[in-house]
Structures are given as C-alpha cells and as structure tokens.
Design a protein around this ligand. Structure first.
Ligand code: CP
Length: 305
C-alpha cells in the first residue's frame, strides 16, 4: 500500500489509503497492541481545540507513544517573539517523531510540511482544510449508513469558512452517485474552488435556502457552526440563527438518516440533551469517538515501523 509522508489536505488520500485507514481503525479499537512505544508526538495548536488535540494525544498514548504539547501556541510559543512556522517546525521536529499542527492561517500546514523531516498532520489551517475531521466524518458515514456511494448529503451553515465541509467535499469526490445540497446564509456560501472540484469529479450539487424542504430528502444532515471568530461582527449578525435543528424540524428527518456535526455546536443545534442522547439519528457523539480510532489509525500509518 502507498504510504503518506504528511497529511495536509484530503486530495492526497486515495480510496485505497482511506479504506486501509478505516480497516485499521476497526482493528485498533479492539486491540491493546502498542506499536508506537518509544515514539513522541508533538501537538502544536495556535487555535483552540477540545476534540482534535485531545483525541490525537489519547490516540498516541493508547498506541504506546508519548506526547509533547503546546495548547495555546499563539501566546505560549516563540511565535510571540516572531518565530516563523518554518523555524518552529524544524525545532519541534528535533524533539518529536511527528507534529500535529492547528494554525489560524490557511496554508500553514503546507508550509510546515514543505520543510519538515517528520510527518506533519494538518489539524485545521484557518478556513483551509481539516483532513482528519473529514476522515472521521467519512468513517462515521460509512459505519452508520454501511455505504458512501449513492448517498444524499446536506451541508448546512458556514460553508465559506468551514474547513470541515471543504475537506469532506474533496473526499466525497472519490465516490459515486453522491448528491450534495448546500444550505447556507447568503453571505456564507460554499466557495467556487470546491464547486469546480465537484463538477470535475461528477458530483451533483445544488444550493437551497429552505432547510425544512431539504431535511426529509437527505441521508446525512451535516450541520456546522457559524464561525464568529472568522468574520466581521456584521457578517455574523446576518448569518446566526438562520438554520437551526430543533425538536420540531428533527421530526422531518428520516428514521435511518443521521445528523452529524464536527462540533462544538452552539445555537445551530437546539435540542434537549436527553434527546441528543437517546435519538439514534443524532450521531455526533459517536462521530467524536470515531475520531479517536481514525487518528490512531493515521498515527500508526505514519509512524509504525
Ligand atoms: N471538530 C473539531 O475540530 O473540534 P475542536 O475544535 O474541538 O478540535
């Protein structure tokens, strides 16, 4: 099987690698093997995170490795003194066998990968990509629906700055007979580069404004948060609260369809906690757990002998 050196964007992933990682994720969650004993992972996060950083760290520890971390690198690394991404990467690569990096600038992970002697994993680069999120999203879709080909998927919310939906579109371009419906506020539509990519990969897509019309039609409802931190206050005011999953419109979703969300969710999901815990259509906390297994598989792929 081909082996990745870094993971910066989902276009790098062949179908063969994707399904090999999914198979490995299935195997590793049942195993107590420690294939990464003696290896060190560095996690450098210039933006906040709960799931991505902690799941990578948990994944590394479960595989027998150890972790170095800087959880607020924007303030607590030498970036404050003006150190470049390249110099930070070369430095951290002297201490660790792989680096997981989240940065606020689109293209930051690619810059790090261009000079790094150790694997770089992009944990989110501004409004660019979040490839491991897309992998765990796809793994969740595959596990929940038992297939990917032929699915109808709604992507809802902040589609302009949403790096998870961008990465997921690139992955879906590798499958057949997919239909995507984009539902977003007028000022947060999916960008043209993704639409062009989908056209060249024969993925049907449309833009819709009526969420309640879309909900009964789709197999996957992929909600996203309006990312206040990436836009002007006026832009946020124009977009917030336009598309919300509530107890009422949840009833429009088919019994075997699934609601996914990369999380964290805020006002775009307004459901009682008991319903989130009991309704099998709500899949986003299973999605969180799947992230651990997919990241174990990726670390094993990049680092195991
Ligand atoms: N989905 C995701 O990237 O979550 P965090 O920001 O908590 O890592």
């Amino acid at each position: 099987m081909e082996k990745l050196k870094h993971l910066v964007e989902t276009q790098q992933l062949s179908s063969e690698v994707i399904f090999e990682l999914f198979h490995e994720a299935d195997e590793l969650q049942k195993s107590d093997k420690k294939p990464l004993k003696g290896k060190i992972l560095a996690t450098i996060f210039y933006e906040p995170s709960t799931r991505t950083r902690l799941s990578f760290e948990s994944a590394m520890m479960r595989l027998g490795g150890r972790v170095l971390t800087t959880e607020n690198a924007k303030e607590f690394s030498s970036a404050v003194k003006g150190e470049s991404i390249e110099d930070t990467t070369r430095t951290v690569a002297s201490y660790a066998d792989a680096i997981v990096m989240r940065h606020f600038e689109e293209g930051a992970a690619a810059r790090a990968a261009a000079i790094s002697p150790v694997p770089i994993i992009n944990a989110g680069d501004g409004g660019g990509q979040h490839p491991t999120q897309a992998l765990l999203d796809l793994y969740t879709i595959y596990k929940e629906c038992k297939k990917v080909d032929g699915l109808k998927i709604a992507m809802i919310g902040d589609l302009t700055y949403g790096r998870t939906v961008r990465s997921l579109c690139y992955l879906l371009g590798k499958f057949n007979d997919i239909q995507i419906i984009f539902v977003s506020p007028e000022n947060l539509k999916m960008r043209e580069d993704i639409k062009e990519y989908l056209k060249t990969h024969a993925i049907r897509f449309e833009e819709e404004t009526d969420l309640n019309k879309v909900l009964p039609e789709v197999d996957i409802v992929y909600m996203t948060r309006i990312q206040k931190e990436r836009m002007l206050p006026k832009e946020y005011e124009n977009a917030k609260g336009k598309y919300v999953i509530t107890k009422e419109n949840l009833s429009l979703i088919k019994p075997d369809s699934r609601v996914l969300h990369p999380l964290p969710h805020v006002e775009e999901v307004d459901l009682p906690v008991e319903l989130e815990q009991s309704d099998p259509r709500i899949a986003y906390f299973r999605q969180v757990r799947n992230g651990l297994y997919v990241r174990m598989a990726l670390l094993n792929h990049l680092l195991a002998a």
